[in-house]
Design a protein around this ligand. Structure first.
Ligand code: 5GP
Ligand code: ZN
Length: 111
């Protein structure tokens, strides 16, 4: 989708700091990190959010979390994955993405 920021990042039209890529997804550093480690896992195919995405693709992306958490140095200390969905869920970019956040003690609840 030409008007989607994340599709444009995936297409290389907008620069990003990529930490992982394969045929189905990329992971990039969040431009406004909420913690020392904050990356976004993005499927290369556009889905507005988790409600419309192929569950097998979501499963595939979740299957990469351990690899990424290890690569980013947070596997042992702990981290959080977040999928904001819709307006009240805090989703600001309507291209499915999984936040992987860590590197400090995270607060809870998030509201
Ligand atoms: P949401 O609020 O939709 O769950 O998360 C969107 C995330 O995308 C936010 O954490 C925001 O900082 C990040 N973001 C928005 N625009 C860009 C961008 O152009 N590049 C990168 N790397 N992150 C972005
Ligand atoms: Zn998109």
């Amino acid at each position: 989708m030409s008007d989607c920021i994340f599709c444009r990042i995936i297409a290389g039209e907008i620069p990003s700091q990529k930490v992982y890529e394969d045929e189905k997804m990329i992971a990039i550093k969040d431009v406004a990190p909420a913690a020392p480690v904050h990356v976004l896992l993005l499927p290369k195919q556009h889905y507005d959010n988790i409600m419309t995405a192929d569950p097998e693709l979501v499963k595939y992306m979740l299957g990469k979390v351990e690899t990424l958490a290890t690569q980013l140095g947070v596997k042992e200390k702990g981290f959080r994955i977040v999928i904001n969905t819709g307006k009240e869920g805090g989703q600001s970019v309507n291209h499915l993405h999984i936040h992987l956040i860590g590197g400090k003690e995270l607060g809870w609840p998030p509201c």
